[in-house]
Ligand binder design. Structure first.
Ligand code: ATP
Ligand code: MG
Length: 499
């Protein structure tokens, strides 16, 4: 269906793709793998007309094709869901899905027809989102679902999904797989990028691995071990588990009492001990993100208190909470955590200007020193610290967000899906950093949709459902399946979850 030959893509100072040749078959799902910065998104952008290759050819059904814009590619039947969300927040779901293709009645837009068309599409895909709501009012995961639906609405011949599940939890992911498999069965060629290797056997037929811009192998999924794939991606990785002697201290570091927010969560109370890593498990829409934002003072709360080290953690504003020692790694890096045109150096220091400034002045040298330190510590792949954050690969951008908050020397770190879009090795780095922090007595609250991850990294896990903490488990006492069941309980299995 689609083939690339000898594709090369150069950016100033970087070769993102180097003589890449591969083919994608109709009716097959091909997983495209590779560590952060390997060149996956760049390949997708070239295939979708968003970027031009420096050299090389592209063949669609055997015929040479040249896409000068994403429109060209769309017309040729290639639809793409990008890693970074591309919806217009101020418009409704229906308008976003049908952007530029709204049905008309004479001169006027036929709103009723638009909503019906989108409603029907959602019905077929099992999506429970109202087409009339504003996209800006949806959570990241639901926006992701809308993106996917939008791509599907073109009835493409080739569908490319760049990390579609990174924002989704269990049931939503399952739903997506069903839709993808159904599409493949109708003859669509699907290219699927993911860092979650455990997904492969459920969704993909073949895997193709990129390493440093080169294609290093293509294999069928059946009969290939996870180890073999990991070796292709990284060379080799050491998988570490939580160090044995790492126990939380006896002192209470943070206490959350009766925190409430209408529409978000109710009567949330818990304690975080010194050096404790506390997980929060829950489905999409269970209120995890809202809770972290409430604790951090990013959104107002209706009742309840947060104390740190026995003292009230200031008024519920970000400034006061930050001063009390809180840091939040938010789930949506592009909108809530980074200024894309600014450099890695500047972004990395944004939360700790007091530290890099002297007498009210910020010096590039001091910023540079701080930035170099965390680029090394987190092994961020970048030419130099002066490069714009927007030019980094998705996973490397995420690492900058983590680095930025580590610079503030917090007492409690709140992590909302910190490993979204991050490869296995980088994930291990972040875990190691969390454990290092723990050894220094710093506590962490860790929200993740990947339950395996919670079991791996946390001392204790709270279960959140419908805005309430409904239980607590220790990782050594449960399996992933048991934890998943407790998170879901009575919730339905639609893609939009309980929202
Ligand atoms: N617009 C750009 N300007 C400069 N360099 C870029 C640009 N886009 C990508 N790169 C570089 O090209 C390389 C490949 O990036 P790409 O986004 O394709 O990686 P990826 O495999 O998708 O990684 P991830 O898993 O982190 O999303 C990286 O080194 C990145 O910094
Ligand atoms: Mg990418």
């Amino acid at each position: 269906m689609l083939e690339v030959r000898n594709i090369r893509k150069e950016f100033p100072g970087t070769v993102a793709l180097d003589d890449v040749s591969m083919a994608f078959e109709a009716g097959k799902v091909c997983a495209l793998l590779g560590k952060n910065g390997a060149g996956k998104s760049t390949l997708v952008k070239i295939l979708s007309g968003a970027q031009r290759a420096t050299s090389g050819t592209l063949l669609l059904e055997g015929r040479e094709a040249a896409f000068h814009s994403t429109r060209d590619a769309f017309r040729a039947g290639i639809a793409t869901v990008y890693q970074e969300l591309s919806l217009v927040p101020g418009l409704s779901v229906a308008e976003n899905v049908l952007l530029g293709r709204m049905p008309r009645k004479g001169w006027l837009i036929d709103w009723k027809a638009a909503r019906e068309r989108v409603g029907k599409l959602f019905g077929e895909m099992g999506i429970g989102i109202d087409p009339a709501v504003r996209v800006g009012d949806l959570g990241v995961a639901q926006q992701q679902v809308v993106e996917i639906a939008k791509a599907m609405s073109f009835q493409p011949r080739v569908l490319m999904l760049d990390e579609p599940t990174s924002a989704l939890a269990g049931a939503e992911t399952e739903m997506l797989f069903r839709v993808v498999r159904r599409l493949a069965a109708t003859g669509v060629a699907v290219i699927y990028i993911t860092h979650r290797l455990q997904e492969l056997s459920r969704v993909a037929d073949t895997v193709t691995v990129l390493r440093d811009g080169k294609c290093v192998g293509s294999l069928p999924v059946v009969g290939t071990s996870a180890e073999a794939i990991v070796n292709l991606i990284f060379g080799s990785v050491v998988q570490r588990s939580r160090p044995a002697g790492l126990e939380p201290g006896g002192e209470t570091l943070m206490e959350v009492r009766g925190l409430c927010s209408r529409g978000g969560y109710r009567k949330v109370s818990f304690e975080l001990k010194e050096g404790e890593v506390l997980g929060i498990a829950g489905m999409l829409g269970s209120g995890r993100t809202e809770l972290l934002r409430g604790i951090f003072g990013a959104d107002p709360v209706d009742a309840g208190t947060v104390t740190i080290g026995g003292r009230a953690a200031g008024r519920g504003t970000v400034r006061a909470r930050k001063r009390a020692g809180l840091a939040l790694i938010p789930e949506n890096r592009k909108e809530q955590a980074l200024v894309l045109p600014l450099s890695i150096r500047q972004n990395g220091c944004l939360a700790s200007l007091g530290k890099v400034g002297a007498l009210g002045m910020i010096t590039v040298a001091r910023e540079g020193a701080v930035a170099k330190h965390f680029v090394q510590r987190l092994e961020i792949k970048a030419g130099d610290v002066g490069a714009a954050v927007g030019s980094l690969s998705g996973g490397n951008q995420q690492k900058v967000v983590v680095g930025k908050w580590l610079n503030t020397e917090p007492r409690v770190m709140l992590f909302d899906e910190p490993t979204r879009g991050i490869d296995l090795q980088a994930k291990q780095h972040i875990f190691r950093i969390i454990w290092e922090l723990s050894r220094e007595g710093i506590g962490s609250v860790f929200v993740s949709s990947e339950l395996e991850e919670l079991l791996e990294v946390c001392h204790r896990i709270l279960i959140m459902r419908g805005g309430e903490i409904v239980g607590e488990v220790r990782p050594e006492d449960v399996t992933v399946e048991q934890l998943a069941v407790r998170c879901m309980a009575a919730e339905n299995g639609t893609m939009a979850g309980a929202a």
